[in-house]
Design a protein around this ligand. Structure first.
Ligand code: UDX
Length: 444
């Protein structure tokens, strides 16, 4: 099939490369010429394991091209995937103006019947608004082609995006006609035949809602276990063992029960807000989601409180923050709890030193007030305390002696619960975990 992907961010670029791998002819379009130039030179413009190789193989096979020219992008397209950003607005809802712009653009440039598929995460009923835009523009411009809207949410995780896209847990799409459904069946046929992936075929609003409900539910699990961690801290229990014990119940499962500094990234914070906003718009007060957000933000305040407990005043103290990315395996800093924490430390008067294995270039660009340290040891040398803010394997591998020898005071806040508490405490560190054995709760 001839597929066009609008927006070459995480979702768009990985999807485009995957569609090409399944044998389709794919054009990636973006209005940012720098991104197109980088992609044409054979590299992704962000860090994502395995993506450069996948992309290059498809470009070399002649199935994947990139353009910044909308005429060239839409000319042959039978299916257009909308993968543009939906950044949060101050009121909590997402900014859908980029999605609307694609709706107008497709009418202006489409030369054949086109299925316009939302892949960006959008609130339920965005499809209806898009259909309205398309109907008005088609009339205005006299475009008689059939242009129909569908929803096909993407569930990929950054850092595992290639694997998630090539081997998804499920495919969800919502369409409003048998034609739209058949087009999407054809797009995914190679994957379904190869992997027997479960497919959920539904209407557009239901597909849109599946995405928001999934992300809000996962964020709720994380906040739930973080609230449990608070209780564990107070009663001297170990949240990681509580999570393990809960997870053996097949109805609960083990994943997304890792307590720590909370969730970040371009999806969970935005989607929790957007889902609460949509609920309010349709007359339901989804207070659970407000609480999920409150618990999430509370986790970094908890770390600040532990630092103050140890260091008294943060003003004039130096704190090494290990990790800047919102999770390991990515250089993405969007809504990163590590960055939020580092900024709160600066606001409290502390000098921060931020280490990250891959995100320091982005940090220098996006948060120039936060000094980046390419070597962990340099970040630790002479600092009054260290906080593990992102669970990079590089930090898990650090022995207690590195902290002992480098830090001015041997204070370690393990805000991602990556170390064995006993090993850290036995080494003489003032070790604080979140909801696990710490210097405060160790039995005498
Ligand atoms: C998420 C969804 O998982 C994915 O399905 C959707 O398409 C986009 O949003 P992503 O933001 O890439 O993906 O990261 P994810 O791995 O889900 O982690 C999100 C945040 O939650 C990270 O900050 C991570 O550190 C945190 N997290 C995750 C926890 O704090 N505890 C956990 O148990 C799991």
């Amino acid at each position: 099939m001839h597929i066009t992907v609008i927006g070459v961010g995480h979702v768009g670029l990985v999807s485009a490369a995957a569609f090409a791998r399944w044998g389709h002819e794919v054009v990636g379009y973006d209005d940012d010429p720098r991104k197109i130039d980088t992609l044409r030179s054979g590299r992704a413009w962000f860090h994502e394991p395995g993506l450069d190789d996948l992309m290059r193989a498809q470009v070399e096979a002649g199935r994947l091209t990139f353009t910044g020219d909308p005429d060239a992008a839409f000319a042959d397209a039978e299916v257009v995937f909308v993968c543009v950003g939906t950044p949060p607005l101050p009121g909590g809802g997402p900014n859908l103006s980029f999605v609307e712009a694609v709706g107008r653009s497709v009418v202006e440039h489409a030369r054949r019947d086109t299925l316009l598929v939302e892949k960006s995460t959008v609130p339920a009923n965005t499809g209806k608004r898009l259909e309205q835009v398309i109907a008005r523009e088609s009339k205005r411009l006299g475009n008689g082609n059939r242009i129909e809207v569908a929803s096909n949410p993407e569930f990929l995780k950054e850092g595992a995006a290639v694997q998630d896209t090539l081997h998804p847990d499920r495919i969800v799409y919502g369409t409003s006609s048998a034609w739209g459904r058949d087009v999407l069946r054809e797009v995914y046929a190679p994957l379904v035949e190869q992997d027997q992936v479960p497919v959920v075929e539904t209407d557009v609003a239901t597909a849109e809602l599946i995405k928001h409900a999934s992300n809000a539910f996962l964020a709720t699990r994380i906040s739930f276990i973080n609230a449990v961690a608070q209780i564990c801290d107070r009663v001297g229990a170990d949240v990681s063992v509580v999570a393990e014990g809960m997870g053996h119940d097949v109805r609960i499962g083990h994943r997304f029960l890792q307590a720590g500094l909370g969730y970040g990234g371009s999806c969970f914070p935005k989607d929790v807000d957007a889902f609460a906003h949509l609920a309010a718009q349709v007359g339901y007060d989804f207070q659970l989601l407000e609480e999920v957000r409150r618990i999430n933000v509370g986790q970094r305040h908890w770390v600040m409180a532990k630092l103050e407990q140890e260091l008294w005043h943060l003003d004039g103290k130096t704190v090494a923050v290990l990790g800047a990315a919102f999770k390991p395996g990515t250089d993405d800093l969007r809504e990163s709890p590590a960055v939020h924490l580092a900024k709160e430390l600066v606001d409290a008067g502390a000098e921060v030193r931020v280490h990250d294995p891959v995100a320091l270039d982005n940090l220098a660009r996006e948060q120039p007030q936060l000094p980046g340290y390419p070597e962990v040891e340099d970040a630790l040398d002479g600092a009054h305390a260290a906080v593990v803010a992102t669970d990079w394997p590089e930090y898990t591998a650090l022995p207690a002696t590195t902290f002992q020898e480098r830090l001015a005071y041997p204070i370690l806040i393990d805000a991602r619960n990556v170390y064995d508490p006993d090993a850290m405490l036995d080494a003489g560190l003032h070790y604080h975990a979140l909801g696990r054995r710490s210097i405060d709760t160790r039995p005498v």
